[in-house]
Design a protein around this ligand. Structure first.
Ligand code: HEC
Ligand code: HEC
Length: 417
């Protein structure tokens, strides 16, 4: 029986996921060599000034939200998450691990049924219905009618899983999509740990990460230094991406789509000794549109009343003056010096070097400061819980000798960016 009793599901098959695309995937040739050149799909990011192509932006939005790049083979056949979801993941549990529901994908009858309490949020079959409606942000399910029952036959993930949230306009966890906003509630580790294919050692590591964090290299080098999931907005004009400036947007998009989401694409980086070739390549042809969409995602403004304007104005002067922040966070250039070709040794700013050592550059990029109010904690490893802790970190590391009042004013200014 459909647990959404008053809400007969609209038969809307998830867009980017079809049986046809699955069967078209031919055998994957995967090998690791340390030769060749870095294949970033598209060139470096000198994209600050050129106008955006609206057709590509629209195409890219579909890809960002709904495209699994064929990764459902991994999430279904290897991790068997479709079975776990259908048997144990109720909507209550899904919301608890930070998954979000797109209110615009739910028909009015379903919304009414949720309001009136007619939807069983403890029943995993309700989750199957939500997937059938294509409403779970970043998760694409295929639901087939088997013996009269809606059955989840495959599941895959999209970029939106980690880099989108919702505005909670309907209720906590259910609302309109906010693309590019990191999902600070999402517990990726806890979700993957549900898979029966994960061995106990790895499961314990995954369960230790907590919400809003993910280690995008653990399956490559076996090390574990989880990162705070960063925003995918506000990057137009920033020429190198990732905390360590490993490459431009399309480089990293290909890295994640192929090596982390396990999409059927090609990614080659001899610096890391990675060479994954899939034929056909379901990632590379999509990178251009995906880039264009990300460039269109602007930094959200701080909510009204969320900072004290007078203190923030003083903080701005400190940022550019005695606190020396603007020597690296260049105010006229996205608050970063990366466009000038600079990356920083971890000890320059007192950062833990462990993650940088695992990357191609070994250094940290001065993070472009964007909507800081939206995504605590801060720094790549989340070592500062609040903006005040960020300021305290620098005060100690750079021996700035700021007064408490100056620290508070800097914090207020950071809230305005
Ligand atoms: C499982 C969670 C997850 C998924 C899925 C994911 N990302 Fe990310 N993304 C991360 C993490 C963690 C980082 C930080 C990596 C780093 O900086 O070393 C990141 C970094 C980024 C950055 C760089 C941000 C910056 O400040 O430089 C961009 C852009 C990005 N991701 C876009 C995407 C796109 C596009 C997709 C889909 C192809 C995607 N991500 C899928 C977790 C994810
Ligand atoms: C020597 C260069 C340098 C100076 C000076 C500097 N920063 Fe940074 N900043 C960085 C680097 C590099 C990172 C990335 C570190 C990481 O993620 O571990 C960073 C990260 C940050 C972040 C985290 C952003 C995020 O989204 O996680 C904030 C906030 C920040 N800096 C604020 C400041 C303030 C305020 C000052 C002045 C008190 C300052 N910085 C001075 C280089 C610098």
């Amino acid at each position: 029986m459909n647990p959404l009793r008053r809400g007969p599901a609209r038969d809307r098959r998830p867009r980017a996921l079809s049986r046809a695309s699955l069967t078209s995937i031919t055998a994957a040739a995967v090998s690791l060599v340390a030769a060749g050149c870095v294949d970033v799909g598209t060139g470096p990011g000198k994209h600050g000034d050129r106008p955006l192509n609206r057709r590509l932006v629209a195409e890219g939005q579909e890809i960002f939200r709904f495209d699994t790049f064929g990764d459902d083979v991994y999430w279904t056949d290897t991790l068997r998450l479709h079975e776990v979801i259908a048997s144990t993941v109720s909507p209550a549990l899904a919301l608890d691990v930070g998954l979000k529901v797109d209110v615009d994908a739910l028909p009015d009858e379903v919304l009414d049924a949720i309001v009136s309490g007619d939807v069983d949020l403890q029943d995993p079959q309700t989750t199957v219905t939500l997937l059938k409606l294509g409403s779970v942000v970043g998760v694409q399910g295929t639901v087939e009618n088997i013996d009269g029952r809606d059955t989840l036959t495959s599941v895959g993930i999209t970029c939106a899983l980690c880099h989108s949230t919702v505005d909670n306009s309907f209720t906590a966890g259910i609302g309109r999509r906010l693309d590019g906003w990191p999902n600070t509630d999402l517990n990726v580790g806890a979700i993957v740990a549900l898979s029966p294919a994960i061995d106990p050692g790895l499961r314990a590591i995954l369960q230790s990460w907590g919400p809003g964090r993910y280690d995008p290299r653990i399956n490559i080098d076996g090390k574990n230094t989880p990162l705070v999931i960063p925003p995918a907005f506000g990057l137009r004009g920033v020429e190198l991406e990732t905390y360590t400036g490993d490459g431009p947007i399309s480089y990293w998009n290909a890295y994640v789509a192929v090596t982390q989401m396990h999409g059927k694409g090609t990614f080659v980086d001899p610096r890391l000794g990675i060479r994954v070739i899939n034929v056909p390549d379901e990632v590379t042809p999509k990178l251009r549109a995906l880039l264009e969409y990300q460039l269109s995602l602007t930094t959200p403004r701080p909510p009204p009343g969320s900072f004290d304007p007078v203190a923030a104005e003083r903080g701005k002067k400190l940022f550019r003056g005695v606190a020396r922040c603007s020597s690296c966070h260049l105010p006229g250039d996205h608050f970063t010096d990366v466009n000038r070709g600079k990356l920083h040794r971890p000890e320059e700013t007192g950062m833990d070097p462990a993650y940088a050592r695992r990357t191609a550059t070994g250094r940290y990029r001065t993070t472009p400061l964007r909507a800081l109010w939206q995504h605590p904690p801060y720094f790549h490893d989340g070592s500062a819980a609040t903006l005040e802790e960020v300021v305290e970190h620098y005060d100690a590391e750079l021996d700035l000798r700021l007064t408490e009042r100056q620290e508070a004013e800097l914090g207020e200014y950071l809230r305005t960016l």
